[in-house]
Design a protein. Structure first.
Length: 327
């Protein structure tokens, strides 16, 4: 019992001074001025974060000066649909009109128009399909004859000129046969393919009239008759042949000439071909014409259709194609 009272008295003597000391320390801390909190880590700036505020005194906020992007390209206005619609291709539009005619033709038909000034060919979906050349190949035979005489540095003989004139002006087949043989027969047709840079034409051995030719190669043949550097014919030889083609007998100048694409009453250089083939029951009709300033235009139309429709049907198709191209 006495020992417990002694320990309690001892504890009181020790605890009371310690408590008094703690009280003094706490009072001293409370009396001290407050210290700023230590700076923490900087906050991460987001995409739209504002720049840090200046330590300068507050005042009116200056208007920021816009900064030009150093590599920005000048803006280009978008093309307007109205302006685009005004751009057109008259030659393509004309070809579209003519395509509707050949597409609706009885049997088979094709056309190709060459614009020598622009260096363009336009035609229909059958422009590379071949057919019998018939008498249009006579235009080549005349050109080959003139070229051979020039290479031999001589003029045509009276007989040669008479045969050539009959072959072109009235489409004389016998005259064509004679000239074709003079020129080496099939060798002349092979020269035509090479000289006129034809891509579809094939020789039919032993038959000049059955030479297989496309409408685009027929247009190339027409262009081949024009003079120029590197061309087959000289200016004088080309003029002689084209003048002869402008004098074709009216009954043989059907089709393109009748449409008068060069103007009313103006004769253009033409060579047509036509044959009624009883074995196939079809007419083969081809029209070739060259005209315009500097012989700009060459038009070729090729057809096959049933015999009962007659030659006039082919002439009418050639005429309608021409009118569609040159209304």
């Amino acid at each position: 019992m006495g020992t417990g009272r002694g320990r309690a008295a001892w504890l009181r003597r020790v605890v009371r001074p310690a408590a008094a000391g703690l009280t003094v320390v706490l009072l001293a801390l409370l009396a001290m001025p407050s210290m700023p909190a230590p700076p923490g880590p900087p906050a991460a700036a987001g995409p739209l974060a504002a720049p840090p505020s200046s330590s300068a005194p507050a005042g009116p906020t200056p208007t920021p000066t816009p900064q030009a992007e150093p590599l920005a390209a000048p803006s280009t206005p978008e093309p307007q649909p109205q302006a685009a619609s005004r751009r057109s291709d008259p030659l393509a539009e004309a070809a579209a009109r003519a395509r509707r005619i050949t597409a609706a033709t009885a049997g088979w038909a094709s056309f190709t128009l060459a614009d020598r000034q622009a260096g363009r060919l336009v035609g229909d979906t059958r422009t590379d399909e071949v057919t019998n050349s018939e008498s249009v190949v006579k235009a080549w035979l005349a050109a080959d004859l003139l070229a051979r005489a020039a290479a031999e540095k001589r003029r045509l003989t009276t007989y040669e000129r008479a045969r050539m004139t009959a072959m072109i002006r009235v489409s004389d087949d016998n005259a064509a046969e004679v000239i074709w043989r003079w020129l080496g027969a099939d060798a002349s047709i092979r020269r035509m393919i090479k000289s006129c840079r034809m891509t579809d034409t094939r020789v039919y051995p032993g038959w000049w009239s059955l030479t297989q030719i496309s409408s685009r190669d027929l247009a190339r043949l027409g262009a081949c008759l024009a003079p120029g550097r590197g061309k087959l014919l000289s200016t004088s030889a080309s003029k002689a042949l084209l003048d002869l083609m402008r004098s074709v007998a009216p009954s043989d100048a059907f089709g393109i000439q009748q449409a008068q694409p060069a103007g009313k009453g103006v004769r253009i250089a033409v060579k047509n071909g036509w044959t009624e083939h009883g074995g196939t029951g079809r007419w083969n009709v081809n029209c070739l014409a060259i005209w315009g300033p500097n012989l700009r235009w060459v038009l070729a139309v090729t057809l096959r259709y049933p015999i009962p429709r007659g030659l006039e049907y082919g002439a009418r198709v050639c005429r309608r194609v021409t009118t569609a191209l040159f209304p």
